[in-house]
Ligand binder design. Structure first.
Ligand code: ATP
Length: 570
């Protein structure tokens, strides 16, 4: 956006005009940006659907020629008519085939375009810059609804637009061979038709854009509320949320009705002009044949020529009607493009070569989240040798998790430097490929306990799996379950206690053959006995790796080689 200066006293009118000019320039810039983005997306389509649509027009000329020939030779008997009938049949068959080919090839292009854009959006979501405001609901709506809206644009609108520019010229040229005056009539009716198309399209555009935004808002809201369902139920907010969803759904229904109303009105106007022009050609041909024209006939027409012209006249507007039918696809794609372009850009890809050493250096490190006044970590300097166990100790909110997240590329490095094995963290992006990580809220995926453990190392052997299970103290829990490692869990980890979730997260981190181990509050919510067992487990496991633990527990910190106390001067 262009920065706007505040108005000087007494210069209100000039400022308003400047604002208007800036808004116009902004809108133009956005239009150009959107057009370039859509051109990029539609590059996945091909010219083949356009070729199929143009060949369909050529076949339509053959069809009209067949009708004209058959009418002209009907008085010479069946043998004379037969070749024309054959031409009609072949042309009709080819029209069907070309129309089908245009749809199928267009659909393939649309599918390719959606795949490419979807991959880019997902890539951006996975590698989004730390602190991004993209919610799961927004991402789901972008990946499903908004990317889907590109389908019609690439599959139908783009081929229809090119065909609408060329096919009427082919029809006019063919018609002019039989009757130049009829071709002139059609060409003259083109102007009001195009004006009607532009007006109808413009009216539909705004309504369609509002409807699409309402749809995207409803679906992202729905996805976010489903995700937060336990909280909604716990606070008995079902009625309020249901009412909110109902209002959003009503709003969408009203906007959809408005779009349909405008669409019906505009297609009515287009049909009117198309029918009018065909009627004019029909009246001209009929009156010329009968010699009833109220002005001197500009040409003589044979019956065959008149039939050819009449059969061909509707084909003149067919490509433009096809374009008008696909116009809604363009509006939907433009609205989707605006929203997709506004998604956070992916962070720069990380270096492919990972550091060989695994000592960690923090030099004057400050972590400040976007839109936050105070720093989560302020000017921290420390360094850890390879193989050391480090405890980050401090009160709640002192920045322990933020430091672990910084290493994983999930929190921003606002100032200072971090080095891993002598390589700047910025060059590596994240230590995730080098680290086993057990977070504060361990992720549980729908599937078995085994599936959840193998997230740490997909190809782990059975022995390695059991070693991690034993080291994390999961055996007693597995022994109590009839199916052991094959026991099913739901996405929320139903049937697991807080301690068991932490043990699964620890086992998963241990299973990964990684030189770094990052543990966030591994002993939180455990009773004294369980904490002691967990501390013993961690003490055994961290001997072979550089381990960084965020904790409140002095007992856990006691097993560390180094303790970094955070937030003490706050
Ligand atoms: N994504 C975020 N956006 C904005 N502020 C954040 C974000 N994550 C953490 N913070 C803030 O940064 C500060 C440090 O949070 P952090 O989670 O690192 O502390 P912590 O020491 O791990 O706390 P706890 O012991 O309670 O887990 C807090 O004030 C928190 O509100």
């Amino acid at each position: 956006m262009i920065a706007v200066k505040a108005p000087a006293f007494g210069s209100g009118e000039r400022w308003r005009m400047e604002m208007k000019a800036q808004a116009g320039a902004d809108a133009r810039a956005i239009r150009l940006q959107r057009a370039a983005w859509l051109r990029g997306a539609s590059r996945q389509g091909s010219v083949q659907p356009v070729a199929a649509l143009l060949l369909d027009t050529v076949a339509a000329i053959g069809f009209a020629g067949g009708i004209a020939g058959a009418v002209a030779s009907i008085d010479r008997g069946l043998v004379a008519v037969l070749p024309w009938l054959l031409l009609i049949a072949v042309s009709a068959l080819l029209r069907g085939l070309f129309a089908m080919a245009a749809v199928r090839i267009g659909a393939r292009g649309g599918e390719r375009a959606k795949q490419v854009v979807r991959a880019t959006v997902i890539d951006g979501a996975i590698r989004r810059a730390p602190g991004s405001a993209l919610t799961t609901g927004m991402l789901a709506s972008a990946v499903v609804d908004e990317v889907d809206a590109l389908d019609g644009y690439v599959a139908r609108f783009v081929p229809a637009r090119t065909a609408a520019a060329l096919a009427p010229l082919i029809v006019l040229a063919a018609m002019a061979c039989a009757s130049w005056f009829a071709a002139l009539i059609l060409a003259a009716t083109l102007l009001p038709f195009i004006v009607a198309l532009a007006l109808a399209g413009g009216a539909a555009a705004d309504e369609s854009r509002r409807q699409f935004v309402a749809l995207a808002r409803l679906s992202s809201r729905f996805a976010d509320r489903i995700r937060a369902l336990p909280v909604v139920l716990a606070f008995r907010a079902e009625a309020r949320e249901a009412e909110g969803m109902g209002q959003a759904a009503d709003d969408l229904a009203q906007r959809t009705m408005r779009v349909l109303r405008v669409a019906f009105l505009s297609s009515g106007a287009l049909e009117f002009f198309a029918a009018l022009s065909v009627a004019l050609v029909a009246v001209y041909c009929g009156f010329t044949l009968l010699g009833l024209l109220p002005f001197p006939a500009p040409e003589t027409l044979s019956l065959a020529e008149a039939f050819f012209v009449l059969a061909l006249a509707p084909e003149f507007y067919a490509p433009m009607r096809r374009l008008a039918a696909a116009y809604h696809d363009r509006q939907a794609a433009e609205t989707a493009a605006d929203r997709l372009m506004a998604l956070p850009a992916p962070a720069a890809p990380a270096a492919t070569t990972l550091p060989a050493a695994h000592d960690l250096v923090f030099r004057n490190v400050t972590i400040r989240y976007p839109d936050s006044d105070s720093a989560a970590v302020d000017n921290l300097s420390c360094s850890f040798a390879e193989g050391e166990t480090i405890a980050l100790l401090g009160p709640s909110g002192s920045g322990k998790t933020s430091l672990l997240h910084l290493l994983l590329g999930l929190a921003p490095l606002s100032e200072g430097e971090v080095e891993v094995g002598g390589v700047p963290l910025a060059a590596v992006g994240s230590v995730a490929p080098l680290a086993g990580w057990a977070g504060q809220h361990p992720l549980i995926i729908p599937g078995t306990i085994r599936d959840n453990l193998l997230l740490g190392h997909r190809d782990a052997s059975q022995d390695a799996l059991w070693q991690a299970v034993t080291a994390a103290g999961l055996e007693p829990m597995l022994a109590r379950r009839a199916y052991g490692l094959a026991s099913l869990l739901d996405a929320r980890g139903g049937g697991l206690s807080g301690g068991e979730r932490r043990r699964i997260a620890l086992a998963r981190a241990l299973l990964k053959p990684a030189p770094l181990l990052l543990l966030d509050e591994p002993t939180a919510h455990l009773d004294a006995e369980a904490e002691a067992a967990m501390i013993a487990t961690i003490a055994r496991s961290c001997r072979t790796r550089t381990t960084v633990m965020a904790t409140h527990s002095e007992r856990l910190a006691a097993i560390a080689d180094r303790v970094v106390r955070l937030g003490e001067d706050r």
